[in-house]
Design a binder for this molecule. Sequence first.
Ligand code: SF4
Length: 706
Amino acid sequence: MTDPAQASTIKTTCPYCGVGCGVLATTAADGSVSVKGDPEHPANFGRLCSKGSALAETLSLDDRLLYPQINGKRESWDTALDLVADRFAQTIAEHGPDSVAFYVSGQILTEDYYVANKLMKGFIGSANIDTNSRLCMASSVAGHRRAFGSDTVPGTYEDLEKADLVVLVGSNLAWCHPVIFQRIEAAKATNPALRVVVIDPRRTATCELADLHLGLKPDTDVALFNGLLAYLAEADCLDQSYIDQYTNGFDGALAKAGPVDMAKIAGQTGLSAQDIALFYTMVARTEKTVTVYSQGVNQSVVGTDKVNAIINTHLATGRIGRAGMGPFSITGQPNAMGGREVGGLANMLAAHMAIENPDHRELVQSFWQSPSMATRQGLKAVDMFRAVGEGRIKAIWIMATNPVDSLPDADDVAMALKACPFVVVSDVSTAVDTLAYADVALPGAAWGEKDGTVTNSERRISRQRGFLDLPGETRPDWWALCEVAKRMGFAERFDYADASEIFAEHASLSAHDNDGQRDFDIGGLADLGRSGYQDLDPVQWPVRAGQPRRDSRFFAGGGYFTPDRKANFIAVEAVAPRKRERTYPFVLNTGRVRDHWHTMTRTGKTARLSAHMAEPYAEIHPDDAASIGLADAELVEVKSPHGRVVVRALVSDKAQKGSVFVPLHWTDQFASTGRVDAVVAPETDPVSGQPGSKFTPVALSRVSSS
Ligand code: SF4
């Protein structure tokens, strides 16, 4: 028995998905750690899902990267940092600032993101910093900016409980955001009026909660939501006063949607006219409607148009910014939102400012007192690694992400890194395939060891707090970035004692010269000091200095962040999904399973989590399996022009005919059958740059076991 008197408990935040659940981590007298949900955290009120509950099982130092390495050999931090700074400075001197890049991650903390963005955009003078969050929610960011003039999630999780209709589009909440799913499930149990519609080509676990499942054809969401806009107009369900007072462009969007033609929409989406009519009627009759969307919407070459088609329906009905209603993007990663706040994407500046706006650039440059601001957008993830392969980027620093397994066309990404003259990888794990391409490997601090903040999908900033000693020579990522910046000659502007000082600067910048004209403002948190930062309770932005906290929702009374403060309807066209070639007649859809996270470097450590799905698989419809002579549990090859993977068949009528689903988690570290992202086409949405990871034409063939 441990002595409770010597046990200590700290409040921190789960490092997995964008729900951002509060965690109580207790370290017992014998050093063992246990976790449970924080009953006071407003994201989860004590709940945790299977992944969060197993966090304590992932803390072993097995597979930890503990020391800096150069070409695989242990070196001192000084030697490694000197080399990184020298090679980046030399490359910039010879080839210009756009010859270097940072590729970071929604896993790093806001403070890490802030200094990475500051170094690249304000001191190196390039915007070549992008993030694996590009793969997760860039289309939502782009859709928000087109409609609202800013990247603002209007609502809160509470809206999902206050709604009478929750529409889940391309969102398997039951597995990917389980605590939100639990909250809706609990709300449904107490509110008999609450209906749930799931719009997803697959019949996922989330459908267990659905009153209606619309298994539409992949990438036909715009046709469905354009039809809804037209239906709402014809059924006299518009909020004309909201449209007139607070929006622009309604007539153009409605004209593009065309008249309601159920037969045509049914043909486009593959749904029955009866089901479409039922869905449209439910929305028309239910004022308190929330439309939740995630990767099935975002990970598409028409992802931004899908987002705007959804938002259009909420603007048209004025169902936004009020309790129980609004469009709601749920992010995949724990700190995708924090990265957006500090501008950790190639097309954004800090504090939600625009890189294309000279006034914003000047404001940020004067605040940072920086020598050379980036003046145009940098390369987004897929283009960044294409540039590495083409030799245009000659030095890259990859932080807390595993692109040789997780980017589309992953074999090409690996070849690009192999050819790149200088590659730095910061990570916590040696089970990261990208490390094999590193000239310099830097050991990062892991969850439980590092301090900082993350922001969840409802704009709530929470603290991640360290409760374990830093093992080996691991260091927080912000520290390594600042040490390199100092060695590149920028010591004065990167001299932070700890994460709280970075947060204070970030908060202060968000309010700098800001008269409420920008959505992201946390100036009221700038003067917390070290102890205030340590004690910071979860808080939703905005938190404006000198102003009382207001309603935590946006846009009920307009106040958009466009020049005329009105929202924009975006006229979007329903384009037919790409044709499937005869040699690649199926559509590959990739995604998550319930109990694993990304490339499994943490969740792969626990037998409990691995028991849910022991190996990778291809979920395939019985008719499709029969057409290629495939039986359940036999091996099947999934092949595209980019690569192949061999996995076990899971024959199920939950799959849509013509589609195959393969989870993204397994890498060569955990299965010897290949990585599915080697198969995925590197095609991207032209507005957001987000890859269309859910629509790759593939061929399927049975693999003989002999
Ligand atoms: Fe962690 Fe997401 Fe599960 Fe919450 S729902 S415990 S944030 S993985």
